[in-house]
Write a protein that binds this ligand. Sequence first.
Ligand SMILES: [Zn+2]
Length: 59
Amino acid sequence: MEQFDMHLYHCSECNVTFGVEDSEDVDHGEIVCTICITDENLLDVGSGSFTLTHLPETE
Ligand SMILES: [Zn+2]
C-alpha cells in the first residue's frame, strides 16, 4: 500500500481541503488554493500520513 506524508490545507473561501505532499521539493510558502489560486484564505490544518486505499479504475 502506498503511503505519503501529506500536509493539509483548507481554503475557507472555497470550503475545500487539499493535501500537498511533504517533500523537500515543495515550497510550502508558495502553496495556493487550487480553486481560487490565492493563499489569502488558506488555513494550515496539519500534516499526517496518507494511505492510498483506492485507485482509479482503468479500462
Ligand atoms: Zn480557494
